[in-house]
Each structure stands twice: as C-alpha cells, then as structure tokens.
Design a protein around this ligand. Structure first.
Ligand code: GRF
Length: 195
C-alpha cells in the first residue's frame, strides 16, 4: 500500500514509519508533505529518495479550504492508499477528512480520550497523573476523537518536566505508530496496547 506522510517539523515519527516500511511491510512511502518549508523532515525525505512536497499554509491566511485544495493536489498526485499524519500541526476541515476517511491515521501524544488538543504533557503533569502515553487513531471530523487503534503507556516520574515526559513518550510513539500501521494496512482494526 502507498502511504503519504504529512509532517510539520522534524518528522521523527515519519522517520520511524519509513524505517519500518521495508521488507515484508505492506506499505511503502509515496510522499512526505509538509505545511512548513522549514520542516527538517522534508530534507531527510529527499535524501532518502522519497517524493516530497511543501505547501506553506501561511500565504493562504485564513483560507483553510484554499490551503487544503493545494495540499490535496500534491497528495492525490501520488495516489496514496493511506494518509499518515505524523506531527502534522494543522487542523483539517471535515471536507479534507471526508476525502480520506477510513484511511487516515494520526498519532497524538496523550492517552486519548484524555487531553485532546495541545499541551498534552503539561496538562498530564498539572493533573498529577501517574501515567501518560500516546495514541494512534483514525482521523474523523472530531479533533483527536476517531476510533483508537493503539496506545502505549509510560510512567510519569517524580521531577518530570514537559520535556522529560515528552521525550519518554516520543520513544513509545516510534514503537506504536509503525506497529499499528502494519496491522491497519493488513485490514486489522482491533486495538493494540503496548506496555
Ligand atoms: C510528537 O509529540 C507527536 O506526538 C506530535 O508531534 C510531535 C512531534 O512529532 N504529533 P515528530 O517528531 O515531528 O514526528
């Protein structure tokens, strides 16, 4: 299956996904696209010989539909079977999501349904949670609320800061997303819970 990966920054999740897409893996990357021309993941993808595209959202201002039309043109030109959001930081309209619903995944750095949206680590620390983690889910029109496909948990340790907790969770993101994608691409829909 052809997988288009959308990023906004360094793309560590994209790199983990691409690294796993070898051999008997059912997916191959067909595109890495970013809304930010400065995204480090774009240079990395180019160096790997993976098709890449940048659609800067800023010139579109509040014209979300215009940005998405341009982005969809880049995505659809590579005929992906799956769309993987990986550190992609733009909210997508229901029209965009409808075009890919059922074949678009996202990774979110919290144990959904807790802490949808931003600043998830700060909120977990603020709440005094003893555990935290990440979630891979299908993308639907409700932000960070689609069917959960997998989660990975980590302990929150005394003295944790946003940075130390984020780093601990990011390691698990890089395990969880590739594992969930393998199953999803083979038609499995059950939840995968990594320790
Ligand atoms: C990660 O915390 C991820 O959970 C969130 O974006 C952050 C950076 O991801 N979605 P990446 O390194 O760009 O993949």
């Amino acid at each position: 299956k052809r997988a288009a990966i959308l990023i906004s920054g360094g793309g560590s999740n994209m790199k983990a996904l691409v690294a796993d897409m070898g051999g008997d893996h059912p997916c191959r990357p067909c595109l890495v696209a970013s809304n930010d021309p400065a995204a480090g993941g774009i240079a990395w993808a180019k160096a790997q010989g993976i098709a890449s595209a940048v659609v800067d959202h800023r010139p579109f201002g509040r014209d979300r539909a215009g940005f998405e039309t341009a982005l969809r043109a880049q995505i659809d030109a590579t005929a992906p079977d799956l769309i993987l959001l990986a550190g992609f930081m733009r909210i997508l309209t229901p029209d965009f999501i409808r075009a890919y619903e059922g074949r678009m995944l996202n990774i979110h750095p919290s144990l959904l349904p807790k802490y949808p949206g931003l600043h998830t680590h700060a909120r977990a620390l603020e709440a005094g949670d003893t555990e935290a983690g990440c979630t891979v889910h299908e993308v639907t029109a409700d932000l960070d609320a689609g069917p959960i496909l997998g989660q990975a948990r980590v302990p929150v340790l005394a003295g944790d800061t946003e940075a130390t907790l984020a780093a601990r969770i990011l390691v698990q993101e890089h395990r969880l997303y590739p594992a969930v994608l393998r199953r999803f691409a083979q038609g499995e829909r059950g939840r995968l819970d990594l320790g």
